[in-house]
Design a protein around this ligand. Structure first.
Ligand SMILES: Cc1cc2nc3c(=O)[nH]c(=O)nc-3n(C[C@H](O)[C@H](O)[C@H](O)COP(=O)(O)OP(=O)(O)OC[C@H]3O[C@@H](n4cnc5c(N)ncnc54)[C@H](O)[C@@H]3O)c2cc1C
Length: 563
């Protein structure tokens, strides 16, 4: 009897030990948390200095540390796992039109606004303000992309708003505040304000001239710039922002307005949120369908000049699409390298496997090219007021970069996701979120074809813009034979290439030439050579991971994310 008892105890003990062994976690990388997103990105750091914002390095160090903390990373997950909720009415049946966000969303917003992501170039007009802000956005968006939408629209609204100085005076103090104030209250009671934009309607988004929302001037309005807006918008993101730049048809044609959520009399404006979109990605952010039922609005710019007025805003949000895509690629490749460094397969770490090195190095090339182009573009936003050449560059290069960097995003993130194997397909890794977000930058603020047609327009009508981009490309002449052949052909083809069907190919060639020119001048030879050989000549394949064998894979990976 005693013997049996002892045997049982031994058996149970053995079973417990073996159960413990099955739960021992082996060969799984530790989560990538508590790291400084800026300090580990030498491409971004050197671009910050080169493009004129070296002074901002301490701010970026601090912000990079903050967004890399385990806590901030958790906010990103929580804000996406708990998407915003719309309340159309209160319990008595009154319309309220309010959206409730998870506290994590507010934490992310507070961090971004406090660090000047919506205001820096306007509130501190020092040299390099747009460059510094672009780098900050690049870090914020790596942690969580959804909240950068209201931040971007607020930043971008300023140049359009300034076309109506009385309105700018009233709103700018709030827009440029570094205090995040999410309370749904009239402007006079708030310490900070956020701005959105509503152009897209059901019957036409790209073709805004098809807008049917009507604007009627209010007889006897105090300033004669007051209107009532009636109609709808099919997409209106961040509807809890304090005011929106809206396009509507007035007597003289399509006109731009500032439509606040509260009227000057302190009443809720007749801005009705119909429903929130159920989106593929960008889930932390609310995107809504709205109706304006005689909503009060103030005109910005002249009647009939709506597109010219709002295009100033759109130009800046397009820059942010480039930043957004560069940032997704950066986060994706960092996650992929981190995983490969800490995961073994077939007796060696993944990072030591030649084919994995090829994939990672190829992803690094694409990410670096995107970051460099984005930062060079940001400099042209800083310099364009005092330089016709930079103005021309900004005009054409914004569209070129928006098209190409956004197009590369989804394929890039897809490949990075695969580097994590099954783990990359699981929500707890950030990769599925990056993957769902990636196509968006190519859709909003002008979808691919529409951007390419805009590039054609610039080429046909704005020779200064073409000359500025050409000058920038030419700066790298004589250093790489593939580049010289590619740039020569492009220059020859440019004047004759202006047909719609060829617009995508042309946009792609311009983007690749710009990226190669920047890499040749500012990266290490290993990166520039591999980029030119595979992107400008046919020495690579169509998927990532098809660089030729002579490429220095380890050097490229180590440069991207030092181990
Ligand atoms: C998540 C999300 C949030 C958004 N938030 C906002 C917002 O806050 N405010 C806002 O105003 N809008 C917003 N949008 C709308 C967005 O800007 C539009 O969806 C976009 O501009 C495309 O317009 P559309 O959807 O009407 O498509 P369409 O204009 O119908 O275009 C459909 C397709 O046709 C192509 N196309 C159009 N014209 C041509 C042509 N001449 N030749 C060849 N191809 C062409 C386009 O490239 C596109 O691929 C948002 C969209 C999304 C997805």
């Amino acid at each position: 009897m005693k013997l049996v008892k002892i045997d049982r105890r031994v058996t149970v003990k053995l079973a417990l030990e073996s159960a413990k062994a099955t739960h021992e976690v082996l060969n799984q990388p530790a989560p990538l948390v508590d790291y400084n997103l800026f300090a580990c990105d030498r491409v971004l750091a050197s671009a910050l200095e080169r493009e004129g914002a070296a002074w901002a390095a301490p701010r970026l160090e601090e912000f990079g540390r903050l967004v890399g903390t385990e806590e901030a990373i958790r906010w990103g997950f929580q804000a996406n796992e708990n998407p915003p909720v719309l309340h159309t009415h209160d319990r008595f049946g009154h319309r309220v039109d309010e959206v409730e966000f998870h506290p994590a969303w507010h934490e992310l917003m507070r961090l971004a606004i406090k660090h000047g992501l919506a205001s820096l170039p306007w509130s501190e007009p020092t040299r390099g303000g747009h460059v510094a802000r672009a780098a900050l956005m690049m870090l914020a968006s790596q942690n969580e992309a959804g909240h950068t939408c209201p931040v971007s629209m607020t930043y971008s609204s300023v140049p359009a708003l300034r076309k109506q100085p009385d309105l700018a005076r009233e709103w700018e103090r709030h827009i440029l505040s570094t205090r995040y104030d999410p309370r749904f209250r009239p402007l006079s009671e708030k310490s900070g304000a956020l701005i959105g934009m509503a152009m897209t309607e059901k019957q036409g988004g790209s073709d805004v001239r098809a807008n049917i929302t009507l604007a009627e001037s209010i007889e006897g309005g105090q300033t004669r710039s007051e209107y009532l807006i009636t109609g709808h918008k099919w997409f209106c993101s961040a509807p809890m922002n304090d005011a929106f730049l809206v396009l509507a048809q007035a007597l003289k044609g399509l006109t731009c307005f500032l439509l606040p959520r509260w009227t000057p009399d302190g009443e809720r404006n007749r801005f009705h949120i119909q429903r929130l979109k159920d989106k593929l990605g960008n889930r932390s952010n609310a995107s809504s369908e709205v109706e304006f039922d005689g909503a009060w609005a103030h005109r910005i710019g002249e009647e009939g000049r709506g597109v010219v007025t709002i295009i100033e805003m759109v130009q800046h949000t397009r820059l942010d699409c480039v930043i957004g895509s560069a940032s997704l690629m950066r986060q994706a490749v960092v996650q992929a390298i981190h995983h490969a460094r800490h995961r073994q397969a077939f007796g060696r770490s993944l990072i030591a496997q030649p084919l994995m090195q090829n994939v990672l190095a190829d992803l690094c090339l694409e990410s670096e090219a995107a970051t460099m182009l984005m930062m060079r573009l940001a400099r042209s936003f800083d310099a364009r007021d005092g330089s016709a050449a930079e103005r021309g560059f900004a005009r054409l290069a914004t569209a070129v970069a928006k098209y190409w960097v956004s197009k590369r995003g989804p394929a890039h993130v897809n490949e990075a996701l695969e580097c994590l194997g099954g783990n990359g397909f699981v929500e707890e890794s950030i990769l599925p979120r990056l993957y769902r977000e990636a196509p968006l930058n190519s859709i909003w603020e002008g979808s691919g074809n529409v951007i390419c047609l805009d590039i054609l327009r610039a080429i046909n009508k704005e020779p200064d813009a073409v000359a500025s981009v050409g000058d920038e490309i030419r700066l790298a002449r004589g250093a790489d034979r593939h580049f010289d052949v590619f740039a020569d052909r492009l220059e020859k083809d440019l004047p004759a290439a202006a047909t719609e069907v060829e617009a995508r190919r042309l946009a792609e060639r311009l983007a690749l030439a710009l990226q190669a020119s920047l890499l040749i001048r500012h990266s290490i030879p290993e990166v520039a050579d591999a980029f030119c050989a595979t992107r400008l000549a046919n020495e690579g394949g169509r998927a990532f991971g098809t660089l030729p064998a002579y490429v220095r894979f380890r050097t490229i990976i180590e440069r991207a994310y030092p181990g």
